[in-house]
Design a protein around this ligand. Structure first.
Ligand code: HEM
Length: 440
């Protein structure tokens, strides 16, 4: 065993250090965790023990070698589905995000082939068409928050990709329900399992929205099963039904796959697009190079955005056995959480980490693979990563072909911390100036 590996044979050592605050205080700090996570590392080091509800035993990891040991472990050692517990009331018990073991392996085997690079390339034209339509409505010459706009666009894109062309009159209502569902609001997610809170305020509204959403998704998927054109359709739902075979997926399983793909697919991509616009508006040289339409450079812009502002902050994987890591004993049931944003912005791994420099992704070896993990790694690596990068590249291509961007203020925006996905707190305010260019 090395100090960076995970040893499960004869785990020894003391538990990792960490704050002694009561769990309600630590849970409250977690809901505003960006700065807290950095302070914890400065005080306690690379492995920090915490007590956060609903997991209770949580261990923050900050060393990429430890993260690599975690994501490279045999799948039986960790239950990532259990780690995603707070997402379950929304994503559902059959969601790829919620399941573990054999059920996870089977669901991944079904879903992964739908998201290969050649498979997602088929959605490029739809992305461009929807982006052109949306961007034509953006104000020119005055500051506006771009986040709500790219969020609306990302929701349109993912509902087209998952459910198909806009020939279903139920789609606008479905999008509206997804739009108002606080699916990534941490206090709402933590309160949803409580029958008491579900009768009250924001939790009651979320539960009612979820009921309406479920009914609509069930109706749409039931119709799709019997669609005579199923085999010709190119949307993910139809491809999933064909791949699984007739009757193989139950209505609740289908509901959970659809809801998961839509939510996991659009909140994250909207965050990426908003931060990309935020950065490009402050880095005119990078924006000019990206405006040339060069795909490699646009991809580097997206990757650098994901490095500086990873949409998902942690990878919560729950241990199924006692192990030793870095000389500490970690008990079965503890949830390990690599803190992605801290690893991505650590000067030990990235030169001048606070600088937005897409070029680093074009330089050989400048970003070692295991120090960049916005999509996670290993058996639970994001299934939608190829689609997310394609979508972000194409949307930025369309924006930059028409407009140059500036920021309304020099000072960068902070992330809005209450959310599971990172989003710029002032909504990524930008100013557009037409360049007179057309689509490339
Ligand atoms: C920039 C956009 C995105 C980012 C940053 C992102 C990030 C992530 C991360 C960090 C994970 C968790 C990995 C882990 O637990 O170890 C994940 C899992 C997942 N993502 Fe994404 N994601 C993005 C876009 C998408 C899209 C477009 C889809 C689908 C349409 C998607 C579907 C999923 C699913 C289903 C999982 C669960 C995988 C599993 O547990 O096996 N994501 N994503």
């Amino acid at each position: 065993m090395t100090m960076t590996g995970i040893d499960a044979h004869a785990p020894r050592g003391a538990p990792p250090p960490g704050p002694r605050l009561p769990w309600p205080v630590q849970t409250a700090l977690y809901t505003r965790r960006d700065r807290w996570a950095r302070r914890l590392r400065a005080k306690y080091g690379d492995v920090v023990a915490l007590d956060i509800w609903p997991w209770r035993a949580v261990v923050f990891l900050y060393d990429p070698a430890h993260v690599q040991a975690m994501t490279g472990s045999p799948p039986s050692r960790f239950h990532g589905g259990e780690g995603n517990l707070p997402l379950k009331p929304v994503m559902g018990e059959h969601s790829l995000l919620s399941v573990d073991g054999d059920e996870h392996r089977r669901a991944r085997a079904l879903l992964s082939p739908l998201f290969t690079k050649p498979a997602v390339r088929g959605y490029r034209d739809a992305v461009r068409e929807l982006a052109e339509h949306e961007i034509a409505t953006w104000p020119v010459g005055s500051p506006f928050p771009s986040y709500p706009r790219v969020r609306r666009l990302a929701l349109r894109v993912i509902s087209r990709v998952v459910l198909g062309a806009e020939d279903d009159p139920r789609l606008p209502l479905l999008r509206e329900l997804f739009d108002v569902l606080p699916a990534v609001d941490i206090p709402v997610l933590l309160g949803l399992p409580s029958p008491v809170l579900r009768c009250w305020g924001r939790w009651r509204r979320a539960a009612l929205t979820l009921d309406r959403l479920d009914a609509l998704v069930h109706a749409i998927t039931a119709d799709r099963r019997t669609d005579p054109r199923l085999a010709e359709r190119t949307d993910l739902l139809s491809r999933l039904l064909v791949a699984a075979g007739p009757g193989a997926l139950s209505p609740p399983e289908l509901r959970d796959h659809v809801v998961t793909l839509v939510i996991a697919g659009y909140e994250t991509t909207a965050s990426t697009l908003a931060w990309a616009l935020h950065e490009l508006a402050r880095h005119p040289a990078a924006a000019r190079t990206a405006a040339s339409g060069d795909t490699d450079y646009l991809e580097a812009v997206v990757k650098e955005t994901l490095r500086r502002h990873p949409p998902i902050s942690e990878l919560p994987w729950t241990l199924t056995e006692d192990v030793e890591l870095a000389g500490y004993r970690l008990a079965r049931g503890a949830t390990l959480m690599p803190v992605i944003g801290v690893v991505h912005n650590d000067p030990a791994h990235h030169r001048d980490p606070r600088a937005f420099r897409p070029e680093r992704f074009l330089e050989q070896g400048a970003v070692p693979a295991h120090t960049w993990m916005p999509f996670g790694n290993g058996v639970r690596r994001c299934v939608g990563a190829n689609l997310a990068v394609l979508e972000a590249v194409e949307v930025l291509r369309v924006v930059l072909a028409r407009h140059s961007l500036t920021a309304d203020r020099r000072r960068p925006e902070r992330p809005a911390s209450r959310l599971v996905t990172s989003a710029p707190a002032r909504g990524a305010r930008i100013v557009l100036t037409p360049t007179g260019g057309g689509a490339r």
